[in-house]
Design a protein around this ligand. Structure first.
Ligand SMILES: [Zn+2]
Length: 182
């Protein structure tokens, strides 16, 4: 079984502008800026054996504001520059849709596709929707401080992206040691 680290795409894997207090998803490739500072952090997780999977709600697809081809080009960049293995998309403009975060459908699809062990997997995000999905799936959530954490339960809150990686390194090695001991 494989474990994954899931990342909320916008603001973590790509840099994001904020409009009216909410991060805006880029609609065109030329607006899509990879967060290059994340590359060495993601490489550390990769060396630990984690798959790296982005997740993103993209209601702009259903609204016709962005095409799947454009998204594919953006996600190719994440694959090439950050070694991201997969990016899951909810293309529906419907907050109750089973694959629209906070619903866990996108994560379940990834779990099926990659045969993931969710109990050993982690979610890193700066938004409450991911913590809620993680809780439903038994993944550990590591939340980066932001205005969008809400009141939903989450496992850990850390000040920044490097601290999130350090937390996962610590937890994963501690858990492994414990499992070997029993
Ligand atoms: Zn959906």
């Amino acid at each position: 079984m494989t474990a994954a680290v899931f990342f909320e795409r916008d603001g973590l894997l790509n840099l994001c502008e904020t409009q009216q207090g909410r991060p805006m998803s880029p609609l065109r490739l030329d607006q899509f800026h990879v967060n290059r500072a994340a590359a060495p952090l993601l490489a550390r997780l990769k060396r630990m054996g984690f798959l790296l999977i982005g997740t993103t709600n993209q209601p702009a697809v259903a609204r016709g504001e962005v095409t799947r081809d454009e998204l594919r080009l953006m996600h190719d960049l994440l694959h090439r520059e950050l070694m991201v293995d997969d990016v899951m998309i909810c293309p529906h403009d419907d907050e109750t849709h089973p694959c629209h975060k906070p619903q866990p459908g996108m994560f379940l699809e990834a779990a099926f596709r990659w045969r993931l062990d969710m109990e050993w997997s982690f979610v890193i995000s700066n938004k409450w929707e991911d913590a809620k999905a993680a809780q439903a799936l038994g993944c550990t959530s590591v939340m980066i401080e932001s205005p969008w954490l809400g009141d939903d339960p989450h496992d850990f809150v850390v000040p920044d992206f490097p601290a999130a990686i350090a937390k996962i390194e610590y937890l994963a090695t501690t858990l492994r040691r414990k499992r070997r001991a029993v």
